[in-house]
Design a protein around this ligand. Structure first.
Ligand code: HEM
Length: 225
């Protein structure tokens, strides 16, 4: 943990930490969205998948790692943004476009609002865990030891307001990812390249699309209760 604290104290350390934690969080989202799509395979498949996940003792290690990554990413992001703004205000800042002209021309709404979309997750994640992870623990009729998470997800997304909240939240997160992948790779020293940004954008669309299809399909009645 002390190397984590040391990383916060230099700007290079903060950048590396932000890049590495961001890419690992992105990997979590890829796994998470794939897990969500198991819902389309039916109640037993989804509940079985979730049961195997939560009954594995390694889940506690994974959850702790997620918490550390999320906190490190958020704190580093807030510190980097605050320092950049302060530097700009004092006119010390020469905007540091990592690769001169090319990066400057890539500045977009998504890249300028990373802090806003990032801070949004401080609200989203606890609310999300409250709804699903710590939500009603329905026992499944096939095996009462197995949680009927399928039922909970269907119940939640039969409510139009919940669907609207999730679709809106996923779009904000997708906006963050749009710029996040290339930015994370650049922070780790990978050259800014068109293919890198395109890959990030394709990933952002695929992840966002994979997330929003679940609430929308349930709301439209395409998934049996
Ligand atoms: C439509 C979108 C989403 C749906 C339907 C969904 C669904 C779920 C469900 C059902 C669980 C409980 C899993 C279990 O206890 O077995 C869960 C856990 C979780 N979700 Fe999501 N999720 C979505 C999007 C997201 C996003 C965008 C993030 C992150 C920004 C996220 C972060 C988490 C985290 C951190 C957990 C807890 C993992 C753990 O402790 O094991 N989810 N999600």
């Amino acid at each position: 943990m002390s190397s984590l604290v040391r990383s916060f104290s230099s700007s290079l350390g903060r950048k590396l930490l932000m890049g590495a934690s961001g890419l690992l969080l992105l990997a979590f989202l890829v796994v998470h969205v794939a897990g969500n799509l198991v819902l389309f395979a039916g109640r037993d498949a989804f509940n079985g998948y979730s049961y195997h996940l939560v009954s594995n003792p390694l889940i506690y290690v994974a959850e702790l790692a997620l918490l550390v990554l999320f906190t490190a990413h958020l704190v580093a992001g807030i510190v980097v943004t605050a320092r950049n703004r302060a530097a700009r205000r004092h006119r010390y800042a020469v905007k540091h476009w990592a690769r001169g002209k090319s990066s400057k021309s890539h500045k977009s709404v998504a890249s300028s609002t990373m802090i806003v979309s990032g801070v949004f997750m401080i609200a989203f994640v606890p609310l999300h865990l409250w709804t699903f992870k710590w939500g009603p623990n329905y026992p499944s009729s096939a095996d009462p030891a197995v949680r009927d998470l399928y039922r909970l997800v269907i119940e939640e997304f039969r409510r139009p307001l919940e669907v609207a909240w999730y679709v809106g939240a996923m779009l904000v997160i997708g906006f963050h990812l749009w710029h996040g992948f290339a930015s994370g790779c650049e922070s780790l020293g990978v050259d800014d390249r068109d293919w890198l940004r395109r890959t990030g954008q394709v990933l952002a669309v695929a992840i966002t699309g994979g997330f929003v299809i679940v609430p929308i399909a349930i709301w439209l009645g395409w998934v049996p209760a």
